[in-house]
Design a protein around this ligand. Structure first.
Ligand SMILES: *Cc1c(COP(=O)(O)O)cnc(C)c1O
Length: 288
């Protein structure tokens, strides 16, 4: 699975046609922007490392992608999180159980020690161990996103606008940098626009062609909202399943704040939908 030029589909939503870059179809587990962000590690010969360390959320898409990468390479994968939710401990599900079955070793850290412990890990790394920051927010992500940019450019579609929702902002930032002739729309899905811009600036100066749209309402990451379910179902009916964490807010903003034809980068993450849909069900949240 070295070089994969993902295809481009089109869907019709509210009488508008959107191009969709199908990065979700690259691989069952190592897909979407996580595939792009891990691309440079994927090119490395297996004997260069024997262990990868990372940390973050217990249902994270990045965690699952790294687990799949390490499984392919024969590398040990140690993943640190804050204490597991009780329900996840009792009944493993979603990305977490998938990552465990791919060989991930999970270590829980107490809330009080978490930050300090993660910082100390970085200091003690040996030459065979590589540490990936939460969500893959790392300059090493640039190489794979440049490949994505090149694919977009050579597809030569009829628009110079594209959209990708942000967690760390790594994807949107490096895409904007690699595609100065395009307008890149994004929305903050973790925290607000100010926090997102801060995270981006830690990696690189924010390019002028990057447009951060503000959601109409403050959404908390990974919480269920009826309007998210509505747009998720609308997109599903139009023919493509998107993730329930990032995509809904991006689509709501695009439909409200843009008019032009757009290319949407489908960053995968649909493996997490099963557990999210269960939460919608258990909270009895229905589409609007
Ligand atoms: C990780 C992820 C994002 C956020 O990517 P960043 O580079 O951290 O901004 C967006 N969409 C999906 C589906 C993801 O898995």
């Amino acid at each position: 699975m070295d070089i994969k030029n993902s295809s481009i589909s089109t869907i019709k939503i509210e009488d508008r046609t959107f191009y969709i870059k199908r990065d979700d179809l690259v691989d069952p587990f190592l897909a979407g922007n996580k595939y792009r962000k891990l691309y440079s590690l994927l090119q490395i010969p297996p004997n260069k490392y024997n262990k990868i360390i990372s940390y973050g959320g217990t249902q994270s898409n990045a965690m699952l992608a790294i687990a799949a990468l390490c499984n392919k390479k024969g590398w040990e994968f140690i993943y640190y999180t804050k204490p597991l939710a009780k329900i996840l401990k009792e009944q493993r599900y979603g990305n977490y159980s998938c990552a465990l079955s791919l060989g991930m070793k999970h270590i829980e850290l107490g809330h009080n020690h978490y930050r300090e412990y993660i910082a100390s890990l970085r200091l003690g790394l040996d030459s065979k161990t590589f540490m990936i920051d939460q969500g893959g927010a790392d300059v090493s992500a640039k190489e794979g996103l440049n490949v994505l940019a090149q694919e977009i450019r050579s597809a030569d579609i009829d628009t110079k606008s594209l959209a990708t929702p942000s967690g760390t902002g790594t994807t949107a930032l490096y895409l904007a940098q690699a595609l100065p002739e395009y307008k890149i729309y994004t929305v903050p899905c973790v925290g607000d626009a100010i926090y997102l811009k801060k995270q981006m600036q830690a990696l690189y100066e924010i390019p002028e062609n990057l447009i951060v749209l503000n959601p109409n309402k403050k959404y908390h990451f990974a919480k269920p909202y009826p309007e998210f379910l509505t747009i998720y179902k609308k997109l599903l009916d139009a023919g493509i399943e998107f993730d329930l964490l990032y995509a809904p807010s991006m689509w709501l903003s695009l439909l409200e704040h843009t008019k032009e034809d757009l290319l949407y980068i489908h960053s995968g993450g649909v493996t997490g939908n099963e557990s999210m849909l269960q939460r919608y069900k258990s909270k009895n949240i229905l589409p609007l």
